[in-house]
Design a protein around this ligand. Sequence first.
Ligand SMILES: NC(=O)c1ccc[n+]([C@@H]2O[C@H](COP(=O)([O-])OP(=O)(O)OC[C@H]3O[C@@H](n4cnc5c(N)ncnc54)[C@H](OP(=O)(O)O)[C@@H]3O)[C@@H](O)[C@H]2O)c1
Length: 161
Amino acid sequence: MITIIVAIAENGAIGSGNSLLWNIPDDLKRFRRITMGHNLIMGKNTWYSLPRRPLPGRLNVVMTDNPCECIDNCVCAYSADDALSKCNQEKEVFIIGGGMVYREFLSKAHRLMVTHVHKEYRADTFFPYIDPEMWEETEREDREFDPECGFSYSYVTYIRR
Ligand SMILES: NC(=O)c1ccc[n+]([C@@H]2O[C@H](COP(=O)([O-])OP(=O)(O)OC[C@H]3O[C@@H](n4cnc5c(N)ncnc54)[C@H](OP(=O)(O)O)[C@@H]3O)[C@@H](O)[C@H]2O)c1
């Protein structure tokens, strides 16, 4: 099972200046709970954007095109297939970003776990359109106004049709 896990604004925005666009404590806790013990695949930019590296309790696989690049405290991978082959095959695989890596894995993923943020943001990194002909919504949990972050969002799961 390959799962993309991502938070997306209404205009598709996911990041700017190699940072997230929001702070949603509930979403961060949920991300930790869902991914704990499993494999994480991410791009090099996302790796360097993490406040704490590696993300504990999970295999951190970091993608780079540069075979001479040595990144401490993670497993480096040089293509999507290489990243998948370096994962622990008995665990789930979560694709955790960013934009480049999501685009690469969208055609390979079986499931999308999306936090839809009900706002628009200026950004430099976007998630591709989620085509309803390709992806079936199977679960939805709407969070009306969350006082911790000041807006509403929805947790939505899609399965490939
Ligand atoms: N909203 C969310 O849920 C979410 C989640 C994660 C990240 N983000 C945001 O996304 C942004 C970062 O995304 P990004 O698109 O700039 O970067 P990224 O996808 O994190 O990393 C891109 C880098 O990964 C490597 N890479 C990507 N595809 C590869 C491939 N097929 N083979 C080998 N290496 C590959 C390359 O590294 P080299 O240059 O070394 O070759 C590339 O420059 C940030 O703003 C971050 O905050 C948002």
